[in-house]
Write a protein that binds this ligand. Structure first.
Ligand code: ZN
Ligand code: FE
Length: 250
């Protein structure tokens, strides 16, 4: 139950993640933003890819499936909606399913809202979650297909995971997210984190991964009910903060 994660930047602001079960050497990529980059990283590591694990169907997450499958013969695992951009996954998974990567057990959690059929892969033993475009550092995915209620439910499912769970988000959006967060939340912990983020980005450092604890403390979307005490329903409070971000010019 030891999972190694290799993270790399690709496309304009995506992160690719290659993961390897150390007990057996089985390896997977979380999503396929850039087939060429993924195959190059794999070759550099000397890992043999056995699985693609898609979080959702968007082209910057599943667009490289066909090329990587052709090059490696790996099995494609993902939500049914992945079929929209080409082939259906070899194995369609939904909430509660378990994907074994060697001896590593990944639980599939439905975290829809950004798209329908958006899933998270959660490795409870190693305290890691691969959340795609559901939760970002100080942000969350746009609601392209789901409702505020669905996304709020998804975010709450992540928020109840242990605080030390490492959260691997699929994009480096953090500086822009921080500018928005500062516009709606005066909390000192957010201010301190935002300063660290701006400094890190100035140096060219990554701000991903994050943790559940850090996001619970500072992410304006998880803090939506506190930020909008005028709105009684938590999902509606979340929806209001999400709408404010969508129109934020910062
Ligand atoms: Zn997406
Ligand atoms: Fe994306």
């Amino acid at each position: 139950m030891t999972l190694t994660v290799h993270q790399f930047a690709c496309l304009s602001d995506n992160y690719g993640f290659l993961i390897r079960d150390e007990a057996t050497g089985q390896a997977a990529c979380i999503d396929t933003p850039d087939a060429e980059a993924i195959l190059r990283e794999l070759a550099g590591l000397g890992w043999t890819l056995t699985h693609i694990l898609n979080t959702h169907w968007h082209p910057d997450h599943a667009g490289g499936n066909a090329a990587i499958k052709a090059a490696t013969g790996c099995e494609v695992v993902g939500p049914a909606e992945v079929e929209r951009i080409g082939a259906a996954p070899d194995r369609i998974v939904t909430d509660g399913d378990i994907v074994m990567l060697g001896e590593t057990r990944l639980e599939v959690m439905d975290t829809g809202g950004h798209t329908l059929g958006h899933i998270t892969y959660y490795d409870a033993a190693d305290r890691m979650a691969f959340v795609g475009d559901t939760l970002f550092a100080l942000g969350c995915g746009r609601l392209f297909e789901g409702t505020p209620q669905q996304m709020w439910t998804s975010l709450q499912r992540l928020a109840v995971l242990p605080e030390d769970v490492t959260v691997y988000c699929a994009h480096e959006y953090t500086a822009a997210n921080a500018r928005f967060a500062l516009s709606v939340d005066a909390d000192p912990a957010l201010k301190a984190r935002a300063e660290q983020i701006f400094a890190a980005r100035k140096r060219g450092d990554w701000t991903v991964p994050t943790t559940i604890g850090l996001e619970k403390a500072t992410n304006p979307f998880l803090r939506a009910p506190l930020l909008r005490p005028d709105i009684a329903d938590p999902a509606e409070a979340f929806g209001a903060v999400r709408a404010a971000k969508d129109s934020f010019q910062g």
